[in-house]
Design a protein around this ligand. Structure first.
Ligand code: CUK
Ligand code: CUA
Ligand code: CA
Length: 645
């Protein structure tokens, strides 16, 4: 893969060609007049996005956004898959799907949930079956160094079973999954980012995890009919060891999570400060909260042993409830009131402000980072004094992205729009300047956007090129494929004053959140290492069958177009483990391995080792064969497993 220097993109290197196309296209249209030129087109020739006025004017040069054959995309999109429980990687601006990374789901291509290695990561019951077959991924975030992605790791939550998964950036594979103790509805997640200015450490060390659903603590049958006694925990996980370091018990609930650039604060929006159990109860208060965590103080409290534990868990827990944190000078937490059932909290790329979208209020609340620190120093009278703006932006605001030029882009679920607003203008208006208008532009999206994100927008290097709107409904935008429509991800050019809708991409159900990562920041490896596995079969001559009683181990290799054994024989009732190493070293020379009727199917990449264990309970001849087209003799790449009666 060609990695260009930082900041260099197809869009810039191809500027001259596109200028030419752009001008030519405009000249062509000018001859007939803009409007008649468009009207003369048949509908099939000029698909115009409903409600996209710029496109309707015929002024958009779509060629500009095309990724032509042989060209590479400028950005990786790391996207969650919701209840499909995976992560998807696609390219921008093309929208081409590049990979689906299985995480909490099973996947027959990779063999995720089938190989011993993946089962160990996912977790198994004593009988060897998977702990869980389902998951619900919402938020993918990357590891940071110096306030930007370093490409080393990615993390994603499982909302259903409250698990946290790590993806290694070189192979783009999940390498660790942990359970969060006593957590239900693990929703928001964010790695810390730590500026070298204030901290000796300048890379991600912790992952913060929010708990959305309040339950009895521990949830072992006590207090079930007394929701007032239910509790909520906010969890800190060590990024390197993936061990849970501490938890803090709080009032309300935790929805989305954000972290400051200086490593000092994490925060979460709360929609259920009421502690309600029905949606009506959860909507009772006019204001809920954005809750801030003073990380250094929490870690001091943990160190000082001001902790308790919950149930069987050994994780130290500190008290972050309102009553216990009334004195700002010692408080671990700050509850900033914000209207109403907020959804989404995001920090600006300059690290100065948090934008918390109102959801049931047509506002976004802007909270200043420096003022939160001042509150913790006892220098502010009230939590609301940290709020510096609360612009009205539209109906159903959910998530906000930033362009690095002082503008925010918020998804409006109810309005089906993206609204562009300026943070400084919002602050000036809040201070009393009646002449300023914070809202700069609006664009229709199709339809009901959930998350929206900008290129590099959650880093110091926000470049303000694209906004992607992940819409929850696509309705008429894509070919119908039965009752469940694909979702639309719409690509919006945000380089100018006006947002321009430039593409509709389809996305499998059901993405929630993505990060848009400049391609030079991701450095994958194409060849695995024999050292990755302690069981690697390092030479085709080492292929053999070893028996210890009923336990049989088959050592196997693959070199196109053959497996290292043309056959092996086991007996009915044996417990068989097959260890397969792909000795091919050529990039992209991946083999598959499938055994019919034994439900085994996985791939081995070059120099990779994987294993499976199963009971040989069906006598007969079974051709195990390569499932991944690898060679002119790919179909001939098959050998016999003979199971004797
Ligand atoms: S939540 Cu889905 S649209 Cu899980 Cu990030 Cu807001
Ligand atoms: Cu090996 Cu196909
Ligand atoms: Ca509420």
């Amino acid at each position: 893969m060609g990695i260009e220097e930082k900041g260099s993109t197809n869009l810039t290197t191809d500027l001259s060609r596109r200028k030419f196309l752009n001008t030519a296209a405009l000249v062509g249209l000018a001859g007939a007049g803009l409007s008649t030129g468009l009207a003369a087109c048949k509908k099939s020739e000029a698909p115009v996005a409903a409600g996209d006025k710029t496109a309707a004017a015929g002024a958009v040069d779509y060629n500009k956004y095309e990724v032509r054959p042989g060209q590479l995309d400028d950005y990786y999109v790391m996207s969650s898959g919701g209840h499909s429980a995976e992560i998807r990687i696609y390219g921008l601006p093309s929208g081409r799907i590049l990979k689906r990374v299985p995480v909490f789901n099973m996947d027959a291509l990779v063999g995720w949930g089938i190989t011993n290695e993946s089962k160990k990561i996912i977790g198994t019951k004593p009988d060897g079956s998977l702990n869980y077959h389902t998951g619900d991924t919402h938020h993918v975030h990357g590891s940071y160094t110096d306030g930007t992605y370093d490409g080393k790791n990615f993390w994603v939550n499982d909302k259903i079973h409250s698990r946290l998964a790590r993806i290694r950036g070189d192979y783009m594979e999940c390498d660790k999954i942990i359970d969060l103790p006593n957590v239900s509805g693990f929703h928001g997640i964010f790695p810390d980012k730590r500026d070298p200015v204030d901290e000796k450490i300048n890379h991600t060390t912790r992952i913060f995890c929010g708990m959305e659903f309040h339950t009895p603590l521990p949830n072992d049958g006590r207090d079930m009919n007394d929701p007032k006694k239910y509790g909520i925990l906010f969890t800190c996980v060590d990024a390197a060891s993936m061990e849970v370091k501490w938890q803090i018990k709080v009032d309300g609930n935790c929805d989305l999570v954000a972290t400051s650039y200086d490593g000092k604060l994490a925060c979460t929006n709360q929609y259920n400060t009421e502690g309600g159990v029905t949606y009506q109860e959860m909507m009772a208060a006019e204001r809920d909260a954005c809750l801030f965590f003073n990380i250094a103080r929490i870690e001091e409290a943990v160190k000082a042993g001001k902790t308790f534990t919950i149930g069987d868990s050994k994780v130290p827990v500190v008290d972050g409830t309102r009553d216990a944190n009334k004195d700002p000078k010692t408080a671990l937490t700050l509850y900033v009131p914000v209207p109403k059932n907020p959804h989404g909290v995001n920090i600006t790329p300059d690290g100065k402000y948090y934008a918390c979208a109102g959801k049931l209020s047509p506002t976004a609340t802007v909270i200043e980072h420096a003022l939160v620190l001042k509150w913790f120093n006892g220098e502010l009278a009230a939590p609301r004094d940290t709020v510096v703006a609360e612009p009205e932006i539209g109906l159903g605001p959910l998530h906000t992205g930033f362009d690095g030029r002082g503008n925010a882009y918020t998804t409006l679920f109810l309005d089906s729009q993206i609204v562009k607003w300026n943070i400084d203008k919002a602050i000036a208006k809040y201070k009393g300047d009646k002449t300023v208008q914070p809202v700069l532009d609006r664009i229709d999206v199709h339809y009901q956007p959930g998350h929206g994100f900008t290129t590099m927008g959650e880093t110091r290097e926000a470049d303000g090129k694209f906004f992607v709107s992940d819409n929850k409904f696509s309705k008429d935008r894509l070919l119908p494929v039965g009752p469940l429509h694909p979702e639309t991800a719409q690509l919006i050019d945000i380089t100018g004053d006006k947002m321009i809708l430039v593409a509709d991409h389809s996305v499998y159900s059901e993405p929630h959140d993505s990060i848009l990562v400049r391609r030079d920041l991701i450095k994958t490896k194409q060849i695995c290492s024999l050292d990755d596995s302690p069981y690697a079969v390092r030479d085709a001559k080492d292929c053999r069958v070893e028996r210890k009683g009923k336990n049989v181990t088959v050592y196997l290799t693959s070199i196109a177009p053959a497996f290292g054994l043309t056959e092996f024989t086991v007996k009915r009732g044996d417990e068989v483990t097959i260890i397969l190493t792909n000795l091919d070293k050529v990039e992209d020379l991946t083999h598959g391995f499938a055994i019919p009727k034994y439900d085994i199917n996985f791939i081995v990449n070059p120099q990779e080792t994987k294993s499976v264990t199963f009971k040989a309970d069906k006598p007969g001849v079974y051709w195990f064969y390569c499932t991944n087209f690898c060679h002119a003799l790919h179909l001939e790449m098959r050998s016999r497993m003979i199971v004797e009666k």
